[in-house]
Ligand binder design. Structure first.
Ligand SMILES: CC(C)(COP(=O)(O)OP(=O)(O)OC[C@H]1O[C@@H](n2cnc3c(N)ncnc32)[C@H](O)[C@@H]1OP(=O)(O)O)[C@@H](O)C(=O)NCCC(=O)NCCS
Length: 144
C-alpha cells in the first residue's frame, strides 16, 4: 500500500466496517516500521490500477498481528482475502514468525468462517474489547 492508494482503500473500509479507520490511521500504519500493508490490485482497461482488497499487519516479536483486512464488496467470495492471508503467512515465515494472531468480532460470523478456512482457531477472548458496544473479542491464532 502506498499513500496514493489510500483514497481507494478508504472507500472499501467505509463500506466494510461500522467503525472504519480514517485516513490518518492508514497514513500512520504506512510510517510504522513494524507494520506491513499490502493491497491487491486489478488492472483496469485504461491501464490504471483498481485497489480491490488490503491487509494491514504488524510484526510483534515472533508473532504476526493482523489488524485489518477487507475486500471490496464486488470482489468478495473469489478467494482474494484468502490470497492476502497467504501472503501475510509467507511474509511472517520469512521473518521467522511462529504464529499469526488476530481479534475478531464474535458477531462477524462471515469473517470467523473466513479465518477458520485458512487455519485459524479461537484461542481466547478479550472482555469488553470493542469500546463502541462493550462486546468481547475472539482471539484467533494460527501456527505458521
Ligand atoms: C472477510 C473477508 C475479508 C473475506 O474475504 P473474501 O475474499 O470474500 O474471502 P474468500 O473468497 O477468500 O473466502 C474464503 C472462505 O471464507 C469463508 N467466507 C467468505 N465469505 C463468506 C460469506 N459471505 N459467508 C460465509 N463464509 C464466507 C468461506 O469459508 C470461504 O471459503 P469457500 O469460498 O471455499 O467457501 C471479506 O468478506 C470482507 O472484506 N468482509 C468485510 C470486512 C471484514 O469483516 N474483515 C474482517 C474483520 S475481522
Amino acid at each position: 500500500m502506498r499513500r496514493e492508494d489510500i483514497d481507494q482503500v478508504l472507500a472499501i473500509e467505509k463500506v466494510s466496517f461500522p467503525s472504519p479507520w480514517g485516513r490518518k490511521t492508514f497514513e500512520s500504519e504506512l510510517e510504522n516500521s513494524n507494520a506491513r500493508n499490502i493491497v491487491a490490485k486489478e488492472k483496469k482497461a485504461d491501464g490504471g490500477d483498481l485497489v480491490v482488497a488490503y491487509v494491514c499487519f504488524w510484526f510483534v516479536a515472533d508473532e504476526i498481528h493482523i489488524i485489518n483486512i477487507a475486500v471490496s464488496l464486488e470482489y468478495r467470495g473469489q478467494g482474494i482475502g484468502t490470497k492476502l492471508l497467504q501472503e501475510v503467512f509467507s511474509e511472517g515465515r520469512k521473518k521467522q514468525c511462529k504464529v499469526a494472531v488476530l481479534e475478531a468480532h464474535p458477531s462477524n460470523q462471515k469473517a470467523i468462517l473466513f479465518y477458520r478456512r485458512s487455519g485459524f482457531k479461537v484461542v481466547g477472548r478479550r472482555p469488553g474489547y470493542y469500546s463502541e458496544t462493550g462486546e468481547n473479542a475472539l482471539i484467533m491464532s494460527k501456527k505458521l
